[in-house]
Design a protein around this ligand. Sequence first.
Ligand code: ATP
Length: 306
Amino acid sequence: MIIPVPPSPCKQELPLVNFQNGLIMESLFRHHRNKDKVVVIMGATGTGKTKLAIDLAKHFQPAEIVNSDKIQVYKGLDITTNKVTEEECGGIPHHLLGAVDDPNYNFTANDFCHHACSAIDSIVKKDGLPIIAGGSNSYLDALVNHHAEFRLRYECCFLWVDVSLPVLHSSLQARADRMIEAGQVDEVREFFDPSADYTRGIKRAIGVPEFDDFLRAEANGEDDMTILRLLEGAIARTKINNCTLANRQVQKIHRLHRVWRRSMHQLDATDVFLRRSSGDSADSEEAWQDHVLAKSLMILHNFLYK
Ligand code: ATP
């Protein structure tokens, strides 16, 4: 059922990281510690978890990413589910991404714990740093709070990428428009099955059930005006549902924060998004480096080496 993504060897020279005012030599001697270390990147949909995971993996090589998004574990619907592209991965191996072939399979929190543990074990055996990243807080809760083997073997540092909700909502709406431009409608049309059960597997993805009435109208040969009206409705519902998802995810993170407070670090990326929305991508990238990446590097340096 699961197709393991073969990890590529990524041992490199020890990197020198230009880190605020000084140079810090990143070393990789983690194995002498009692517990192995795992980094967990949390945040609502669309906050930049994937980018942070890849940026950090490049700094702390060898590092590999374990996906914890319950919809991205399935194969397919890459645009709709906003999967990272091969180019964006920059050669960093990813686990549990597009790994489940059966679109109807119910990939449970237990499945996640089982597969995430074996991926993490394989990364640690190679002296690599496992970075878990994804928005499914129920998976993280099951793994970190309830999975005995994980609790026994690993110590976690949680990085929470936070964006003020009104700012995130407008970014999610712009992202939904970009997905449409990138071909989401064709992608969902190919998956369309009039007898689909939208409560199972990958078809739960936001951006799939919302298009049902539009695709039915198309299949039934209804008139262009009706089809266009239904398409606009589908896009509007997708935007609303993404914003609602973000709100729910933030509420769950606040609950987990009460439990993991001591090892959880909140990184405010709002400024990154504000600058991006004003059209200055260089300025936005600078804000990312300053407000999110540099702080994360400092936190992880303390976590890994002190
Ligand atoms: P819940 O218990 O509500 O399912 P969770 O913490 O297990 O929450 P979430 O990641 O918050 O998992 O996902 C909740 C719902 O959000 C999914 O069932 C799906 O409808 C939608 N969703 C999550 N990730 C994606 C994605 N990558 N693309 C599209 N929709 C998604």
